[in-house]
Design a binder for this molecule. Structure first.
Ligand code: ADP
Ligand code: MG
Length: 545
């Protein structure tokens, strides 16, 4: 892993800790507030952390050990497709969408579901596709193995429908298992989705809630920043909701999930369908230990279907990911390397003097024909501006507000209620501008964001891909404008950034004055010296970290 320490630079010197980073004060925060740690947290560990780690290693060994006993899986039987694509159509589809599918030994090739009619799921479930023309490539290729109960890694660009890619098989499985669920266990919750930010957890919860409604299947969202009691109550009453609904799904952020587990309010022992959304983020250092503890509380890998989805899949997390899965089918849409959403037109502006960024931002907003006060309703000129630091986000928001813009901000210094209100106003069109830190970089599906401006470059190139992916969603096009100074952490990312621009056929000349070297990322536990093409050992071998 590249440890990036943003050096003091004029505009940010007073706030050296990027959004979410752990400093001493923050370490004292209660667990519930720690569900959004640093993008690149510090590598230093306290004694207590080391002790905890040792203990967790023991606890996690069982969950981490892959097993081949597929027979004992509680996966529902295979749902036969109504009519499958012909081999020629299937091959043409895979080629057209540049899909790479890796199946484990002995598993037949995946036949993509190229038409919703080929999908054999209950009619009330397919009603969620109303208005969609056809499955997206990631849906087409992950649904067949997922519906068979296989573990899946699904990598596809931002905004390409990954939520339904894991959501439909989740619901199908719940429906097949029957409402009574967990007949032997104590909990009715058998599906768990873990997401890196509160807003994403809420969004995914809402999607799954809508999918489950016709089947009386409910979902509960658990996330920090708000009182625990209502969440505890909902979990306690999982089985006895008045309207006949049964809570079968939890969607949450790691910190709050662990907190509720420790309180005995969240029983994951029956969880047999586990999703890590934004999986690379969930497995990087900031979340890794929490994720281990959460996974260890679910059913063992052999009895659990484990799904990992993201738009970015750095090598640094691949091996760790496979230690939680059982012979996964891996589907990659587009290049296996970092790929940006192809419908986002990317540009970069290199600054010699970071102080001119404000003036330039105002000019960019004018050129995007962004209206200062938006009327209600959707507007394609809606713009999302990313800053790196909480204080920086605040400052840019205030600057824009002084200029007469209807603008909101979303970052970790704001209360959860304020964050949700900002997001709501931006979604509804009440404010046409939102300034955010990377808490809004991943997963948020906000309709009609016309452009993303990166006021300050993020700490990793993956975050860049996710940030610009807030526009150009669901088949629409979008624009991104990135301010680049080459100061501090930015310099080391110039090469990777240039590569992303070059691959999309966008202009990157201005970046050439910086070193174009690309540093290989390393995972803390494995370093850079592992090969992704060597299969992870199967069978009872225990992998101890
Ligand atoms: P991702 O997780 O890949 O970033 P999302 O799951 O958030 O993307 O979906 C992005 C948008 O695309 C959502 O608004 C969703 O409703 C829409 N969508 C999902 N599936 C389809 C489809 N098959 N055709 C068109 N739009 C879709
Ligand atoms: Mg998503």
């Amino acid at each position: 892993m590249v440890v990036l320490t943003p050096s003091a630079e004029p505009s940010t010197a007073e706030e050296p800790a990027p959004e979410g980073s752990e400093n001493k004060k923050k370490k004292k925060r209660k667990r519930e507030e720690q569900d959004e740690p640093a993008p690149e947290p510090s590598t230093s560990e306290s004694k207590k952390e080391k002790k905890d780690k040792k203990k967790r290693r023991k606890d996690d060994a069982a969950a981490a050990a892959p097993s081949t006993s597929a027979e004992s899986s509680s996966a529902p039987s295979k749902a036969p497709a109504k009519a499958v694509a012909s081999p020629a159509d299937a091959a043409a589809f895979l080629e057209k969408h540049a899909v790479t599918i890796t199946t484990p030994d002995g598993v037949p090739a995946v036949v993509p579901v190229t038409d919703f009619a080929q999908l054999d799921v209950p009619a009330a479930l397919s009603s969620s596709f109303k208005g969609f023309k056809e499955p997206t490539p990631i849906q087409a290729c992950t649904w067949p193995p997922a519906l068979e109960g296989r573990d899946v890694v699904g990598i596809a660009e931002t905004g390409s429908g990954k939520t339904l890619a894991f959501g439909i098989p989740a619901l199908n499985r719940l429906i097949q298992l029957g409402k009574g669920a967990a007949r032997t266990g104590t909990s009715t919750v058998t599906t768990l989705v873990v997401a890196p930010t509160r807003e994403l957890a809420i969004q995914t919860h809402e999607t799954l809630l809508a999918l489950g409604k016709p089947f009386q299947i409910a979902s509960v969202a658990v996330f920090g920043g708000v009182p625990k009691e209502p969440q505890v109550r909902m979990l306690k009453n999982a089985n006895k909701a008045k309207d006949g609904m049964t809570t079968r799904i939890i969607v949450g952020t790691p910190g709050r999930i662990l907190d509720l587990m420790q309180e005995g309010a969240c029983d994951l022992s029956e969880v047999n369908y586990l999703v890590l959304d934004e999986a690379d983020r969930m497995l990087d250092k900031g979340f890794e230990n929490d994720i281990r503890n959460i996974i260890a509380a679910t059913k063992p890998a052999a009895e659990r279907q484990t799904m990992m989805f993201s738009a970015t899949w750095p090598e640094a997390v691949r091996r760790l990911a496979s230690s939680f899965q059982r012979d996964p089918v891996r589907v990659t849409v587009g290049s296996d390397d970092l790929t940006a959403n192809s419908r986002v037109e990317q540009s970069v502006e290199v600054f010699d003097d970071a102080r001119s960024k404000d003036q330039r931002l105002l000019a960019v907003l004018r050129s995007l024909a962004h209206k200062k006060t938006t009327t209600s309703g959707a507007t394609d000129s809606r713009v999302l501006i990313f800053a790196l630091y909480k204080k920086e986000a605040s400052r840019v928001e205030q600057m824009l507000s002084r200029q007469g813009y209807a603008v909101g901000a979303i970052h970790g210094d704001l209360s959860q209620n304020a964050r949700m209100e900002t997001l709501e106003n931006f979604k509804s069109g009440k404010t046409g501008l939102m300034v955010a830190t990377d808490v809004a970089a991943r997963g948020l599906d906000i309709p009609n964001v016309g452009a993303v401006v990166n006021y300050t470059f993020p700490l990793t190139i993956e975050d860049y891909i996710h940030r610009i992916g807030r526009t150009g969603r669901g088949g629409k096009s979008g624009k991104s404008i990135t301010f680049f100074t080459g100061d501090g952490h930015e310099r080391a990312l110039a090469g990777e950034f240039a590569r992303v621009l070059r691959e999309g056929n966008f202009e990157y000349e201005a970046l050439k004055k910086f070193p174009m070297t690309i540093k290989k990322k390393e995972h803390g536990a494995y370093g850079a010296f592992f090969r992704d093409d060597i299969p992870v050992p199967k069978g009872p071998t225990k992998i101890v970290f």
